[in-house]
Design a protein around this ligand. Structure first.
Ligand code: SF4
Ligand code: SF4
Length: 629
């Protein structure tokens, strides 16, 4: 039993943001089990698993290797620790690449259905981007309708998944020097599905046993995600829903409303949630909400679905991955609508303690205890309206005695797509390059990834971002990292006061925050494109640029391909949570050192965000010196 001071202490230990702390306290008072309780119950976690030295790939196992060099030193099949650790890594990474890329494929399928007039509620919003991308694919645009172009583009992109042409079109966006490295080491991605299927083949018992060969394929699979599946997801979402432009909105659990129907949109894919944004504009639904006693309908986002909606429509964002149970514990959520990825299977149980309805919408992601309302492009807008009606019907069930909406929302500025950043610079990266050369901006670091209950929620992201901007390093962010910094007030132009004087001057001149929100996790592809354009302008490889990447609080398998495509593209990347590779010195050495000789970048692991900033700054200084600046 917690006393009230214990509860306060526990909440402060779990999360950085005060609105999160308040609802953590409420959840403890209400007796709600959250990821933090379940994480504590899992302690101590299995050392074999953490080191990556166990293998469950076939029915002769599970096998595990003695991490101290004793026996057993081999699995039943004879696999050694290097094989097992690298194979496990490839396996996990491929799961992440599949998740991003399958999301991308669904967006392309809806683009195709829209082009064919078979979808409901969708239209092509960014014709200019459609034409630009179509031209990259060699598709003629002159004198053609946008639907015709979109059809050819969608078919061309769908073909990329199992491409027979031997390369992925968007990987051509990389600078020549980066592509030459990929060619030299045989890691140019050939087709998205192809690399993932080949990865699954290689991890089968008795296939690839050479850890170097396995890790090279991990890089190729990750590149197929970053320069393929994820980039396709980003570009097609922009074509369908519009390329984000800078806008302001709000973040944290205080975005929930005391007197409106609250609907939380959680997951990753914007396909259904964009229709829900349209549905709430329906005058009949607005009237219906009022008839049910509410003052209106309040949509808020969560995780990357939330980022997609924030970036394009300014829909407020209630939180990141560890907020999903907390949002329900406010007692004020009528419906949580989920698509897929990062959805805790626990949320129907949390919802069962309040009045919240959890609505699942994807055939790929059914969760027992939820209401299933299948999403399909043909009926998307009708389904979206039905979901909103269900939420409104649930409003009278809200128990006001159990509602607590914490604090005030924090203002945020988001919508920094690559196109808009370039436009703000006058159409070319030359001013950014000049600022980097002059030392006004020392370098650029992408902070990405999740929350992890081992780290105080948001502490890793926010501390690292503050440290970097103080050192005149511009920060670009996606995913839960961006939400963390939004909650902390760093996504505002005023946050430039926390930056070093030189970066502050640049931000003040452009009216931008020192931490730029570039989108959802698949939108890390925007960072790749930006890096690529800068490298091309300078005639160097991405690996030559003073850039860095960091995932201070990652948990998801998707973070593995993200980190790996950053490194394989030449971006030194620091992880705050150790990947499960420490059981093999050879794998560790290759990823932390050996890759430097290939891509001029590597991985590092540093849980302390201040020390992580030291590592990133050191690397940026090294690259600046090599460039002679
Ligand atoms: S693949 Fe080898 S190491 Fe893995 S479970 Fe089977 S026998 Fe054990
Ligand atoms: S950053 Fe991680 S937790 Fe957050 S939405 Fe993306 S994958 Fe999920």
């Amino acid at each position: 039993m917690f006393s009230s001071s214990d509860i306060k202490q526990e909440a402060e230990k779990r999360a950085l943001d005060t609105t999160d702390q308040e609802i953590i306290g409420k959840a403890i008072e209400d007796g709600i089990e959250t990821a933090w309780e379940r994480f504590a119950l899992q302690q101590p976690q299995c050392g074999f698993g953490q080191l990556g030295v166990c293998c469950n790939n076939c029915a002769m196992g599970p096998c595990r290797i003695d991490p101290y060099g004793g026996k057993p030193s081999h699995g039943v099949c004879g696999a050694n620790v290097d094989t097992i650790v690298s194979r496990n890594l490839l396996d996990d990474l491929s799961v992440g690449a599949a998740a991003h890329s399958d999301h991308g494929r669904e967006v392309v399928e809806v683009l195709l259905e829209t082009a064919e007039g078979k979808s409901e509620g969708y239209r092509i919003c960014d014709e200019e981007k459609l034409k630009r991308v179509a031209e990259e694919y060699g598709i003629g645009t002159a004198g053609r309708s946008k639907e015709d172009i979109a059809k050819d583009l969608a078919l061309g992109m769908l073909a990329e998944f199992g491409s027979v042409k031997g390369f992925i079109q968007m990987a051509e966006r990389a600078p020549d020097k980066t592509k030459a490295i990929w060619t030299e080491f045989g890691i140019t991605p050939r087709g998205i599905d192809r690399e993932i299927v080949e990865a699954m083949h290689r991890v089968h018992m008795g296939v690839d046993a050479d850890f170097i060969n396995i890790l090279l394929h991990a890089m190729r699979t990750a590149l197929a995600d970053g320069w393929g599946g994820s980039m396709i997801a980003t570009d097609c979402s922009d074509i369908l829903f519009g390329t984000p432009k800078p806008l302001t909105s709000w973040a944290n659990l205080g975005t929930l409303s005391t007197d409106k129907v609250n609907v939380v949109l959680h997951g990753h894919n914007p396909l259904l949630s964009e229709m829900i944004v349209q549905a709430v504009e329906d005058p009949e639904l607005k009237k219906y909400a009022i008839e049910k006693g509410a003052k209106g309908i309040n949509l808020v986002g969560m995780c990357c679905t939330g980022n997609e909606l924030l970036m394009r429509s300014g829909i407020p964002i209630a939180g990141n991955v560890l907020d999903q149970e907390l949002a329900i514990a406010t007692g004020a959520v009528e419906a949580m609508v989920v698509d897929y990825q990062c959805i805790f299977p626990s949320i129907p149980a949390t919802a069962g303690c309040y009045h919240t309805k959890v609505v699942t919408t994807s055939r790929k992601a059914k969760i027992p205890g939820t209401q299933y309302m299948e999403f399909s492009a043909e009926t998307a807008l009708s389904t979206a309206k039905e979901i909103i009606r269900l939420a409104i019907d649930n409003y009278p069930n809200r128990n006001l005695d159990r509602v607590r909406i914490p604090g005030k929302p924090m203002k945020v500025m988001a919508g920094f797509s690559e196109e808009e950043i370039r436009k703000a610079l006058g159409g070319t990266y030359k001013p950014l390059i000049d600022a980097i050369v002059a030392g006004q901006i020392k370098g650029v670091v992408g902070i990405v990834g999740c929350n992890h209950p081992r780290i105080k929620q948001d502490y890793g992201h926010v501390t690292l971002a503050k440290e970097l901007i103080k050192r005149n390093i511009l920060v670009v962010e996606t995913g839960c990292a961006a939400i963390a910094c939004g909650k902390a007030g760093l996504l505002l132009p005023e946050a430039a006061d926390n930056a070093g004087s030189r970066l502050k001057a640049v931000c003040n001149l452009l009216g931008i925050p020192p931490v730029l929100h570039m989108g959802s996790c698949v939108d890390n592809s925007r960072i790749l494109v930006m890096a690529s354009m800068v490298a091309k302008e300078l005639g160097v490889s991405i690996g030559d640029l003073p850039l860095g990447g960091a995932a201070p609080e990652w948990y998801s398998q998707k973070a593995l391909p993200i980190g790996t495509y950053f490194v394989a593209s030449g971006v030194y990347t620091v992880l705050g949570i150790p990947p499960k590779i420490f059981g093999s010195k050879n794998v560790l050495n290759l990823l932390a050192e050996g890759l430097k000789g290939i891509t001029n970048s590597a991985f590092a692991v540093e849980p302390d965000p201040v020390k992580a900033a030291d590592l990133l700054e050191e690397e940026i200084n090294r690259k600046r010196a090599a460039l002679g600046i």
